[in-house]
Design a protein around this ligand. Structure first.
Ligand code: ZN
Length: 370
């Protein structure tokens, strides 16, 4: 009989040692594991294979089933127009005179302080002392310099001047003391009161007809005169037979003639949206710049058609001015995108021409508000 039925806790010494031994062994294992983790966390080192066994395996990347299908042969990538930033101004960006062609006006231009070249496109100089000068300078407007074909209509004839007449007109200018300047000279005279030579006149020829190169260019060179040619760039790009080639245009630019944009395709620019105007104006400007080495700053409205937005775009694109087909001789800063011209017609006799180029009071014209 058991005299004590209370359960007795009885620990066999051997069993107790075994249990304690297992307990301490488990403690040691646990402490080691924690130590490994802390060491990894502090060092950031890559765990060794012994310390870190990945519990997953990366499945191999599935074999690609995509195959590149080449574009069908009939597909062509059409170049789209992108608005590119203005090229960085360089030393050649500043209009430079051509002294060999125009010795008479070289001193005046030499005295002109060259506009400072800046990293961005050079803007039109601001009027001197907030005054712009209103100057009377005839800007002559020509188109064809050739004998009209027999089947020419009245408009084609009216846009033409016979080469012999053109030569007589140029000779008249030289023999009567006129000096040809360009639109850059006019801008600087208006804004900075740069003195112009006596009896200045500006000669412009619109559209870039090939007869300009064959007839007008040699006659101008013969008399040491310079002119401004407004060209339609896409017509040149397309090698249209009636228009000058880039080779001809580059040769004239190298000889001191001014080449300025007259749009890409000669559309009516009134009532158009911004994108279209930028395409036509900036597009033709950049194309010419690529061929003549500097950015042209003047525009002639195709057909004389434009509106407020057209002028606004010219302003945004840092054009210095634009010429219309309206008649007139007075120009100032405010009217720089609407400078009028003097149309020389097929039927204009030399005596009438003399009156058209006469511009008393040209030099030192009256100041106006800017
Ligand atoms: Zn035109």
């Amino acid at each position: 009989m058991i005299d004590d039925d209370l359960p007795r806790t009885h620990f066999d010494p051997i069993t107790l040692a075994g249990v304690l031994g297992l307990f301490f062994f488990a403690i040691i294992i646990l402490v080691n594991m924690l130590d490994v983790r802390e060491t990894r966390a502090e060092s950031g080192a890559t765990p060794t294979a012994a310390a870190f066994q990945p519990t997953f395996t990366l499945d191999p990347f599935p074999t690609s089933t995509y195959t590149h299908t080449p574009l069908p042969p009939t597909w062509t990538i059409t170049p789209t127009y992108t608005f590119t930033p203005f090229p960085t101004a360089t030393a050649t960006d500043t209009p430079s005179p051509s002294p060999t062609l125009h010795p008479s006006i070289t001193p005046t231009i030499t005295d002109t302080p060259a506009p400072t070249a800046t990293p961005t496109l050079m803007p039109l100089p601001t009027p001197h002392q907030v005054i712009s000068w209103t100057l009377q300078v005839p800007i002559l407007m020509y188109h064809y310099i050739s004998t009209p074909p027999d089947d020419a209509d009245i408009y084609r004839v009216d846009l033409s001047v016979e080469p012999a007449m053109f030569r007589a007109q140029m000779q008249y200018l030289v023999e009567n003391g006129y000096s040809t300047i360009d639109l850059y000279d006019l801008s600087l005279a208006i804004t900075n009161k740069i003195e112009l030579p006596p009896k200045p006149v500006i000669i412009t020829l619109d559209d870039g007809y090939v007869d300009n190169y064959w007839y007008a260019f040699p006659i101008l060179q013969e008399f040491g005169l310079k002119a401004t040619f407004f060209v339609i760039t896409e017509f040149v790009d397309n090698n249209y037979a009636s228009y000058m080639s880039w080779e001809m245009i580059e040769a004239m630019a190298a000889a001191g003639m001014r080449i300025e944009p007259h749009s890409k395709t000669h559309p009516d620019l009134s009532g158009r949206d911004r994108d279209y105007l930028i395409y036509q104006i900036l597009g033709s400007q950049e194309t010419i710049a690529a061929h003549i080495g500097y950015t042209p700053r003047y525009f002639a409205y195709p057909g004389g058609r434009y509106d407020e937005l057209t002028m606004q775009i010219l302003h945004e694109l840092h054009f210095w001015g634009a010429v219309t087909t309206q008649g007139g001789k007075w120009h100032n800063f405010d009217s720089r995108y609407e400078w009028p011209r003097v149309r020389i017609r097929y039927t204009t006799p030399l005596a009438e021409f003399a009156g058209l180029v006469a511009a008393p009071g040209t030099v030192g014209g009256k100041p106006s508000g800017n």
